[in-house]
Design a protein around this ligand. Structure first.
Ligand SMILES: Nc1ncnc2c1ncn2[C@@H]1O[C@H](COP(=O)(O)OP(=O)(O)OP(=O)(O)O)[C@@H](O)[C@H]1O
Length: 327
């Protein structure tokens, strides 16, 4: 996946830095009130029932807080969190090994669950429903099923594309909770908290400028904040004003709408190569030289949300606002 500032995906070093900025309790987890209200109720109910919490599917674009929330859920339940990445599990046995290690009421978090291989996914069905693994041993006439009992656990699945989940898997999640992009006012609170954790003070207009240019995504706000912090450090100040923010944004090539060079490239290709569309995702992906899935999961959702591109049955169309923005 392309390495870019607006990309919601994380790099390894960024993951380490992000750990320091993660909300440590529910009061530090800002916004997404519908999701949080549901989770709050589910956690409390599980504590009263003294059982594992129901399985939950968290969906939404990258960097909006799904992992952070999973961590808080495990903490709230007083349980251990086990994190795996869907596409990284290649064999049934790998997932079986993780699941047989779970203790009662533990939480298993599977990131990018929609990218899990179907043969691996299948062992989740009985595990989620009956806390049991059905493993087929051998082949042909001598094949038999071995059953292994599991501890009662909670599965939290995270996905950027809930529509790509198979029906049997989707149906086994009791709660389906959808993360939406954050409004600038909510992002501003997150930015202020994280600036404090980084030891810098932000002027009011500086804070709002970052909030408006972060694509509604806390992870991107954190990235901008880090660069702004670098600016402050180099200039020997702990207080950041609008001037430093503008300079950092300009270095990062982020424009007034919070779009970066790849976003603008998508819009210009649609305008210049396809006369504003309609254009299909395959053609767009070929012209841009960018993976189709990345366009659909990382770049496009925000462009759609902002009304810069429109999806029609005949393909993607550039909106009037987008045409004006890139002219
Ligand atoms: N609601 C929130 N309140 C405070 N900070 C948040 C919130 N959501 C996200 N963050 C910040 O954004 C960072 C990235 O969030 P997180 O890793 O949880 O996103 P994600 O949705 O799991 O992304 P991905 O799906 O790409 O793994 C966190 O480290 C945290 O600093």
């Amino acid at each position: 996946m392309a390495d870019r500032i607006m990309d919601g995906e994380t790099t390894r070093t960024e993951k380490e830095q992000e750990a320091q900025l993660r909300p440590q309790n529910f009061s530090e987890f800002i916004g997404q009130s519908k999701v949080v209200d549901n989770i709050d109720l589910m956690v409390k109910s599980a504590l009263v029932r003294k059982t594992a919490m129901d399985h939950v599917l968290l969906s939404g674009p990258p960097g909006l807080g799904k992992t952070s929330l999973a961590m808080l859920i495990a903490k709230g339940l007083g349980s251990e969190l086990h994190v795996v990445s869907g596409p990284a599990i290649e064999k049934k046995g790998d997932l079986a090994a993780v699941m047989t290690n779970l203790k009662p009421r533990d939480v298993l978090f599977i990131d990018e669950i929609h990218r899990m291989h179907i043969t691996v996914e299948e062992i989740l069905y009985s595990a989620m429903e009956d806390f049991r693994l059905d493993i087929l041993i051998g082949q042909g006439a001598s094949a038999r099923t071995m059953q292994i009992d599991l501890a009662q656990f909670t599965l939290i699945g995270a996905t950027t594309r809930s529509g790509l989940l198979s029906n049997p898997l989707r149906d086994r999640f009791t709660a389906h909770l959808n993360f939406d992009y954050y409004e600038p006012e909510m992002l501003a609170i997150i930015i202020l908290n994280n600036a404090r954790k980084m030891g810098i003070t932000l002027a009011e207009d500086a804070k709002m400028q970052i909030a408006r240019r972060s694509r509604g995504t806390p992870r991107i706000a954190n990235r901008i904040l880090r660069r702004v912090r670098d600016f402050a450090l180099v200039n020997g100040t702990h207080t950041v004003g609008i001037k430093e923010v503008k300079a950092a944004l300009s270095l990062l090539d982020i424009d007034d709408l919070g779009l970066d060079s790849m976003d603008r490239k998508i819009l210009s290709v649609m305008k210049n190569y396809y006369q504003g569309g309609p254009v299909g995702i395959d053609a767009l992906s070929a012209t841009l030289g960018e993976d189709k899935q990345t366009i659909e999961e990382v770049y496009e959702p925000y462009l759609l949300k902002q009304g810069l591109i429109l999806r029609t049955p005949r393909g993607r169309l550039l909106s009037e606002i987008a045409i004006q923005h890139i002219s």
